[in-house]
Design a protein around this ligand. Structure first.
Ligand code: GLY
Length: 326
């Protein structure tokens, strides 16, 4: 399917940017900042969509803002490997041509999501990792930070607590920010995109790769079915192929995006006793927002409405000013 060109005749969808700041046990004292972080990200992504008309710009800009926010487990704020380093995964995908870029084991850069997009745009490859990916980043002018610059005091403290606690259940999310970040977007013509970025699981072995950079697991976008970004226990999300399953139910199972998202995540949690969350927009512009974890921060902007939530069933709506369709 070709990218749909937006013109006045074709504007049948409500442009929307929906983001999440991660599923998990967000502590009460972090709820306000997590909500603020996702609301700002949704607005930033929506602004990008209005300015450039690109769903890729929308999801990248939304994720970049959350990568800079130590509230979330991505970019600055990433959780640490067992050895105390930051190793990040990210991916981005456009639903028109199924073009995508994925990166794993990214280090010392603030914006792995932009490196994923660069891999998509400027290399013949889809997925790069480790040293080669970092050499590409340096050659393409990324700001390579001093070693350790992404390691926050909070992340160090959480790793220490994690190492000394014998109960490391729930995918290592017992301590630290449960906060893989992601975004999905749709434009007025029905083009969709998805992006996900993460520091992974706290205390992971160096070299471990999670679901966020894996298409069909943590991220997917197809104009014929929709766009998804997942968050939660990566090993389980990959085994259950969460994004693909949700989109298959929408495309072939006659389910709404909300029904499909709920069904797949409930099945996953029932089968593996691990939790996850997902945000999704289907090819008709309908949304899916669901999590089996205790909480998940999310927000979306649609015209002048900014919606957000953290607890199950919550949907707070604010009016943020008139926004023309794009
Ligand atoms: N969902 C993030 C990870 O497991 O890496």
């Amino acid at each position: 399917m070709l990218a749909r060109q937006c013109n006045s005749d074709a504007q049948t969808f409500r442009p929307t940017v929906l983001v999440h700041g991660g599923a998990g046990a967000i502590r009460d004292e972090n709820v306000a900042n997590a909500r603020l972080g996702v609301k700002r990200a949704a607005s930033k992504g929506y602004e990008a969509l209005q300015q450039t008309g690109s769903v890729l710009d929308a999801v990248e800009e939304a994720v970049r803002l959350m990568e800079e926010n130590p509230m979330f487990n991505a970019g600055y704020g990433s959780v640490l490997t067992w050895e105390g380093d930051v190793e990040m995964d990210a991916s981005i995908m456009h639903g028109a041509h199924l073009e995508a870029g994925c990166v794993s084991l990214a280090r010392d850069i603030m914006h792995p999501i932009s490196l994923a997009r660069l891999i998509m745009a400027k290399t013949p490859h889809l997925y790069m990792a480790g040293e080669g990916a970092m050499r590409l980043a340096a050659a393409q002018g990324f700001n390579i930070l001093p070693k350790g610059a992404l390691v926050t005091e909070k992340a160090l403290k959480h790793l220490e607590m994690f190492k000394t606690n014998s109960n490391r259940t729930q995918g290592g999310q017992l301590y630290g920010p449960p906060g893989t970040v992601g975004a999905v977007a749709i434009d007025a013509c029905g083009n969709v995109a998805a992006a996900t970025s993460t520091g992974g699981l706290m205390g992971k072995l160096p070299g471990r790769i999670g679901d966020s950079s894996v298409l069909g697991a943590g991220t997917y976008a197809d104009n014929e079915s929709g766009a998804i970004s997942a968050t939660g226990h990566g090993e389980t999300i990959m085994r259950f192929n969460v994004a693909s399953r949700i989109l298959t139910l929408v495309q072939h199972g006659n389910q709404t995006m909300q029904q499909a998202t709920e069904h797949v995540l409930q099945q996953m949690t029932k089968r593996f006793n691990e939790t996850a969350g997902a945000i999704a927009i289907d090819h008709r512009g309908q949304l899916g927002i669901y999590f089996t974890s205790r909480r998940m921060s999310w927000a979306y902007q649609q015209a002048n409405e900014l919606h957000s939530g953290i607890d199950a069933g919550e949907d707070v709506v604010e009016i943020v000013g008139e926004a023309p369709n794009v």
